[in-house]
Design a protein around this ligand. Structure first.
Ligand SMILES: *[C@@H]1O[C@H](CO)[C@@H](O)[C@H](O)[C@H]1NC(C)=O
Length: 306
């Protein structure tokens, strides 16, 4: 039976790389907190597209050598995001809900805008994938799945039709936890209304992890991060590369240099951990950082067109 064979193959691969299926939920996050967390991300996306499209004109898109239909599609994505905002606000109804934060997206060119769009859609998809286990109400779960699929289509469109890369990464989307998502989102959030925090699950942003712009599978690169105050920095450290449902651990020597595993491709999230088999909130020292390794239809590494 094919399913059994491939499932066993997956389990073996997961054990080899020290990964497992996502851990079962072990917290008491409420649906209202999860919806407010989703609304936090939708506000970020909605503001990004509204500000970005106001800033980058049709002529700018043309100068960036993009076909004229690209900007119109981005306008459609912007409408999806604003619809997601009002949909979640309606779902929260009479309850208090989070307001937009202030952001610095740093998109000074159409290329930056396209890059950030690809990232934010992928991270949004990972957020909904990871948050599924936190939702109790089946109607909310269906609504979240419906948004998830749209975000995934948007990711696929940006990465393939616009950037000339692959629409997908591996056989599985990467589920990320709320603190992992919040860590990535924090890199563009400058301040939030003071009333937001009490409506959200308790959140921690881990220290930012940065890798050089030319990071590629097989390359030896130097990582940079500032450990959190009071973090235990002695002892073994590892870089956990999370891709789909698989995590690959590489020891991180004192030099801070690691060779990126050759087998990685597509979107990969990198974290520094103090454990060589477990990459979760309790073992994280920095990250996740978002990495996107382009690959052609032959599976070989390839640069993006934009
Ligand atoms: C990693 O975590 C596992 C599970 O908690 C534990 O058994 C193991 O000893 C830890 N390894 C290290 C190097 O801390």
């Amino acid at each position: 039976m094919q399913f059994t064979t491939s499932f066993i193959a997956f389990c073996v691969a997961a054990v080899v790389s020290g990964s497992a299926l996502p851990a079962k939920r072990a917290n008491a996050v409420t649906d209202v907190q999860v919806l407010n967390f989703a609304l936090t991300l939708e506000h970020l996306e909605n503001t990004f597209y509204a500000q970005g499209l106001a800033k980058h004109s049709a002529a700018d898109f043309q100068n960036a050598k993009l076909p004229s239909w690209v900007r119109g599609r981005f306008e459609q994505i912007m409408k999806h995001e604003s619809t997601h905002v009002s949909f979640l606000e309606t779902a929260l109804g009479e309850r208090n809900y989070v307001q937009p934060c202030k952001y610095n997206f740093g998109d000074n060119s159409v290329k930056d805008f396209v890059d950030f769009s690809g990232m934010v859609e992928t991270v949004g998809t990972s957020a909904y994938t990871g948050a599924a286990q936190l939702i109790d109400d089946k109607d909310y779960l269906t609504a979240a799945a419906s948004i998830l699929a749209t975000e995934a289509r948007q990711t696929a469109w940006v990465n393939s039709a616009v950037r000339g890369g692959a629409p997908w990464s591996t056989s599985f989307e990467t589920p990320l936890g709320v603190n992992q998502i919040y860590t990535i989102a924090s890199s563009v959030i400058t301040s939030c209304p003071s009333g937001n925090a009490k409506l959200l699950p308790p959140l921690t942003a881990f220290p930012a992890l940065t890798l050089p712009a030319n990071t590629m599978p097989g390359k030896n690169v130097k990582l940079a991060y500032k450990p959190a105050k009071g973090a235990k920095t002695d002892g073994e450290k590892y870089v956990a590369f999370i891709s789909g449902l698989t995590t690959v651990f590489v020891p991180l020597p004192k030099s801070g240099r690691v060779t990126i595993p050759k087998e990685l491709y597509g979107v990969v999230f990198a974290m520094v951990t103090n454990n060589g088999t477990v990459a979760d909130d309790s073992t994280t020292l920095a990250g996740p950082a978002y990495l996107n390794f382009g690959f052609g239809s032959d599976g070989k590494a390839e640069a993006f067109a934009i």
